[in-house]
Design a protein around this ligand. Structure first.
Ligand SMILES: C[S@@+](CC[C@H](N)C(=O)[O-])C[C@H]1O[C@@H](n2cnc3c(N)ncnc32)[C@H](O)[C@@H]1O
Length: 210
């Protein structure tokens, strides 16, 4: 029962006591994963970069610092009204200047033109998507040919959460997501172990071939 409640809030935080606790948990626990995803996707100062399921906004803050050219643009999407509001508040100056655009929407239906995004990153997000193929196809649609997508995860934590039935279904499995990416037109799809100090985590890479 508690696992299902926790899973619901992790997958779609709402403005509530549990939602607030989840936002604090994400901010405290996921900084390294978010910063590593930003680092590993190889952002150039002039890129258009997209974060999926940004949550409180740690990754957005790290990515925005790298987009120093006038054409550099950061986009974030999250379908939680609470997370959209929290990140909008944190990034309000960059949103006002037009450097950052945040959309309150589902990954599976983003209000973005096709072939416009150079880099995509996300952390702890795909486990909650009901249809991985639909999500992957939409990501592929908005990416420029040759664009790189990276997602970071701590597989040991994810396996432990899954054993407690925090996630709905089996979509948390990296192989399932990687299959959906390949089926949607991504190539060079692979998962690699990475180390940060004493923390081992994983990164899934995919290239949008078109
Ligand atoms: C566990 S939180 C992770 C937040 C942040 N990336 C982190 O690692 O701290 C998952 C986030 O993804 C968002 N999310 C999940 N499924 C989504 C979907 N289909 N479309 C948009 N956002 C989604 C949730 O609202 C939530 O903010």
């Amino acid at each position: 029962m508690w696992a299902e409640k926790l899973g619901k809030q992790l997958g779609h935080p709402t403005q509530s006591v549990l939602g607030w606790l989840v936002s604090r948990f994400l901010t405290a626990r996921n900084r390294i994963l978010e910063e590593k995803a930003v680092q590993l996707c190889g952002i150039r100062p002039e890129d258009t970069v997209l974060e999926l399921g940004h949550g409180p906004g740690l990754g957005l803050q790290a990515a925005a610092k790298l987009l120093t050219e006038p054409t550099g643009h950061l986009i974030g999407v999250d379908y939680s009204a609470y997370m959209h509001q929290m990140a909008s508040e944190q990034m309000k100056e960059l949103v006002a200047s037009g450097k950052v655009t945040l959309h309150h929407c589902d990954v599976a239906a983003m209000p973005l033109a096709e072939s416009t995004v150079d880099k995509v990153f996300h952390c702890n997000c795909y486990y909650f998507w009901p249809d991985l193929r639909k999500g992957a196809t939409e990501i592929h649609r908005v990416m420029k040919p040759g664009g790189v997508m990276v997602t970071t995860l701590r597989l040991s934590n994810i396996v432990a959460f899954a054993a407690k039935r925090v996630f709905p279904g089996e979509n948390w499995r990296p192989e399932t997501y990687m299959t959906a990416l390949r089926d949607s037109g991504f190539t060079d799809v692979r998962m690699e172990d990475t180390q940060h100090k004493d923390i081992t985590f994983q990164a899934i890479y995919a290239t949008a071939s078109k």
